[in-house]
Design a protein around this ligand. Sequence first.
Ligand code: NAD
Ligand code: ZN
Length: 404
Amino acid sequence: MSDKYSHVTDYIRPAFKDQSKIEQTVAKILDKIKNHGDAAVQAISQKIDQQDAQYIDLLPFDEYPIDQSLKDAIQSAHRRIKKFCQFQIKDLKNDQFSDEMGDFGFVYQPIEHIGAYIPGGQFPLISTALMTLIPAQVAGCPVRVACSPSDHPALLAAASLAGATQFLHLGGAQAIGALSYGYDQTPAVNLIVGPGNAYVNQAKAQVQHRTQIDTLAGPSELLIYGNQIKQPEWLMFDALAQAEHDANAVSVVVSETPELLENLYDLLDEHPKGKELLNNDNIVLLLADDQPQALAFINDYAPEHLMVCDESMKTALFKNYGSLFIGENSAVAFGDYCAGPNHTLPTAGAAKFSGGLSVHQFLKVQSTQKINNTGRGVLANISAKLAAAEGLTYHEQSAEIRKL
Ligand SMILES: NC(=O)c1ccc[n+]([C@@H]2O[C@H](COP(=O)([O-])OP(=O)(O)OC[C@H]3O[C@@H](n4cnc5c(N)ncnc54)[C@H](O)[C@@H]3O)[C@@H](O)[C@H]2O)c1
Ligand SMILES: [Zn+2]
C-alpha cells in the first residue's frame, strides 16, 4: 500500500472519536440557561464570545452598505433557493376523503415559532441566512428568529431579504439554549434549524426533548467517489473547500484507481493548504478493492455531501447521503451557495436517518375527522369492543353512549 492513501477498511470517521468533553461543556451551558434564564445567556456569551447577546434591527435589504455585485449575488442565490423551496411543496395540499362514516383528511400547518441558527464563528455564513430563512418563509411560519454570532452587514442583509422577523446577535450552544428556553423578547421556539460547529450541533442534540430540530448538521463533510476523473484539479479544490470550513471538517476521496489517488495526493501536496489538510487528516484518500466495496463503504459512511464522478456507477445504489452531486460540473460549492437545494445537511452519519433541511420540516401534518350518524353507530361498536378488551372503562362508555 502506498503511503499516499489508506484502505477503506482501515478508516474511522473522526467524529466518532470521544465527544464527551463537548457534551459536558454544552450540558453545563444549557443547564445554566434553564435555571438562570436571560442572565445566564448574557454571562455565557460574554465569557465565551466576549459579546453582548443583543437584538439587531434589520434594515430593508437595499439599505445595507455592501457592494452592488455582492447584493446581486445574494439576490440571485435567494431566487434559486426560493424557486427550489416552492418546487418542493408545489404538490402539497390539504386533502380529505369522504366515505359512509364521514369526512377524513389532513392539513399542513406551518410551525409558529422557528429559530434559524446562522454560523459565524470563523466565517459569516451569509448563505446560511438564505438557506434557513427562505424555506421557513415559504412554509408560512409567522415568527422567524435568526440567531448568529456574526453581525456582518452582508449576513444581516441576507437575513433581511430572506425574511427574518427578529435578529439576535448570539452564537454557540448558548444561542441554541436561548432559542429553546426563550430569551428576552423571544419566546421559546418550537423548531430550531441550521448548521453549526460541534458545540452548536451538540446543543441541538441536547434540546431535542423539548424543541424540534431539523437535523444534526455539524462540521462539514464531503465524500468524492470517482475513477476516471477529467479534471483532478477541480476535485482538489472541492476537497479543499469542504475541509476549510472547520478543524473538524473532513473531505474523503474513495476510488478503486490507485493512480487517481496518487495524482490527487501529489496535487494536494504541492498546494500549501492541501499539504496541511492532508497532514491533519482533514483530507483523506482511500482505496477500495472494487466497486461493491466502495459502495458498501460509502453507504455505511453516509456522507453529508456525496460527489459521484463515475458514470458506470448507478446513483440509485447510494442509499445514504445528505445531498448528491453528480458529475464533475456539480461543485459542492455551488450547492453551498446557489444551486437551489439546501446546504443544511446531516453529518456524522445522520444521513442514515435524515435528509437535509427542506420546507417540509417547517410544516406539521395534522389530521381531521367529522363522523356522520352512520359512522357514529358503526365506530361505536368497534371502539367499545376494543376499549373493553383494554380495560379502559370510560373509553368504552364514551363509545357505548353513542350507539344507535
Ligand atoms: N452540516 C451543514 O449543513 C453545514 C453547513 C454549513 C456549515 N457547517 C459547519 O458550521 C460550522 C461553523 O462553525 P463556526 O465555528 O464557524 O461557527 P458557529 O457559529 O457554528 O460556532 C461559533 C460559536 O461556537 C462557540 N464556541 C466555539 N468554541 C467554543 C468552546 N471552546 N467552548 C464553548 N463554545 C465554543 C462560540 O460560542 C461561538 O460563537 C462549521 O463546522 C461548518 O463545517 C455545516
Ligand atoms: Zn461548504
